[in-house]
Design a protein around this ligand. Structure first.
Ligand code: ADP
Ligand code: LRH
Length: 487
């Protein structure tokens, strides 16, 4: 039987990795070839991504992937976090360092944008919730800068990596849908919005879709990685969350919600059409594009960022021990709004969480374990609210919650989410984005069928999953929810 080895480059906000997926009839196995930290750099002009460091990690990873596979790499796919981009000059060279979405440059930009295109109109035209880091606001913030004036091309991060690997230009559509410049009803550019805001859509290369061919590794890349010519690059759901949702191991016919938990928690539903109602807008739900014309209807929740930043402030203590202590700490003592953009910027996270507890009249966490418990309770509560709201706004009942991404490894978070939602949670795979990336490549190369449900069944059969049943007293979560709502 035919099998193939596919390399998935998956760049998360906290780490990058290159994984090798071996796919054949009834088999799907994933191995990590290389993992490297993703550490943003604070320059005098602001917070930037170390994109050259990441690209070096990609090249090292592709070399390791060749060794891990022990056979020819059939194709490479690239996904990363959303919204950010690099600009190319007229020679095709990168201009400066891509700006980090947590940089403060978009402060106050929204009001300016809404004066030209009212927020409600923007929502119907693009389906995106308001977030200060959406590419649209970043581009308006950059207007008048020397860099944007010199730019001839704009490449979203995975498209930039793809360009360096192949020399070919394209804009993958699932990630483009996070720019707030795509109409989710057509999957095409929202030209009138762009025009009214003075955003030049001509900067974006033509759209491509998951499964489209995206070039071949350049000779210098083959030399750097030791891979054997030819190695095609295949467009995947290049937004990491699109790839992760594609790899939710739902059973056929299951009415599921998903939570992609890593640096962020993205909690919501897979739908056939966007929900663009005013109620949906005010509830801050987004309609991003997924595989095969699906809509990822979800809310952004701050996610494990809250914990990552505390760990950084505490000098990186061992996570396992801290989670065990947090498990023994008093439940629901204090909660914060984990969907609040208040927590977006880096720095002073334990203090900011303490402040949020104090200003809402709740006990301030005294120890690291209590702070960690506060974060995990707050995330579980935000998960509960997002899933209940999504189900109501999309009129789409939910019987089971799938948790994928790094947070699926956090048993306490999974159990608390089951408790808060009052629903069973199926946790795993933790490397969902890489698996979705691999499966879309394998599908384009004829190794798995077209059917998304069949892809999910393959995942459910081959990937280790853990089930958490909801425990105990529901009223405590309802009370905590009310406590937050009242403030
Ligand atoms: P991203 O793709 O956004 O960089 P990941 O999906 O890799 O994020 O998830 C990273 C997070 O997963 C970490 O911040 C950590 O909280 C959590 N995590 C990873 N491994 C473990 C583990 N063994 N136990 C508990 N949590 C874990
Ligand atoms: C998660 C993610 C998320 C976006 C955020 C900027 O990695 O792609 O879906 O909202 O990064």
């Amino acid at each position: 039987a035919r099998t193939g080895a596919f390399a998935a480059v998956d760049l998360g906000a906290s780490s990058g990795r290159v994984m090798v997926g071996r796919v054949g009839p009834g088999t799907l196995a994933l191995a990590e070839a290389h993992r490297f930290p993703n550490r943003p750099v604070r320059l005098p002009e602001g917070l930037r991504w170390d994109v050259l460091g990441l690209y070096a990690g990609v090249l090292d990873g592709l070399r390791a992937a060749g060794a891990t596979a022990g056979e020819r790499i059939a194709s490479v796919g690239i996904d990363s976090w959303a919204v950010d981009y690099g600009l190319l000059d007229a020679d095709g060279a990168l201009l400066g360092h891509p700006v980090h979405y947590r940089d403060g440059r978009t402060e106050g930009v929204a009001e300016k944008v809404w004066a030209s295109v009212p927020a409600a109109e923007l929502y119907t035209a693009t389906g995106l919730q308001y977030a200060p880091f959406n590419t649209l606001y970043q581009l308006v913030a950059a207007q008048g800068s020397a860099q944007l004036a010199a730019a001839r091309r704009l490449l979203l991060i995975p498209d930039l990596i793809s360009y360096w690997l192949t020399g070919e230009l394209g804009t993958e559509v699932t990630n483009a849908s996070t720019t707030q410049l795509i109409d989710p009803r057509t999957g095409d550019w929202a030209s009138s919005v762009a025009e009214r805001l003075g955003i030049d859509l001509g900067l974006f290369p033509p759209l491509r879709r998951p499964g489209d061919p995206a070039g071949q590794l350049l000779p210098e890349v083959l030399e750097e990685t030791g891979l054997t010519d030819p190695v095609p690059v295949t467009a995947v759901g290049s937004h990491d969350t699109a790839s992760a949702v594609a790899a939710v191991p739902a059973a056929p016919g299951e009415r599921f919600a998903y939570i992609c938990t890593g640096t962020w928690s993205l909690a919501g539903l897979e739908l056939d059409a966007p929900v663009l109602s005013e109620a949906s807008r005010t509830a801050n739900f987004t309609n991003e594009l997924g595989l095969d014309g699906t809509v990822r209807y979800l809310r952004n929740i701050m996610g494990l960022w809250l914990l990552q930043e505390c760990l950084r402030a505490w000098g990186d203590p061992e996570l396992g021990a801290l989670l065990r202590e947090a498990g023994d700490a008093a439940p629901l003592r204090s909660v914060v709004d984990a969907a609040d953009a208040l927590f977006l910027a880096p720095g002073r996270m334990p203090e900011r969480i303490a402040e949020a507890c104090r200003t809402t009249g709740q006990p301030v966490p005294r120890t690291r374990a209590e702070t960690t418990r506060c974060i995990l309770d707050s995330l579980a509560l935000a998960h509960r609210r997002a899933i209940a709201d999504a189900a109501r706004l999309a009129d789409h009942p939910v019987d089971v919650v799938h948790i994928v991404g790094g947070g699926a490894r956090n048993a306490l978070l999974c159990q608390l989410t089951a408790d808060a939602c009052g629903l069973p949670v199926v946790a795993g795979p933790a490397e969902a984005a890489a698996l979705g990336n691999v499966l879309v490549q394998a599908r384009a190369h004829g190794l798995v069928g077209d059917d998304r449900a069949a892809m999910r069944e393959l995942l459910a059969r081959t990937q280790p999953l853990t089930r958490y049943e909801p425990r105990g007293d529901h009223t405590a979560w309802r009370a905590a929810e009310r406590r937050l709502a009242e403030r």
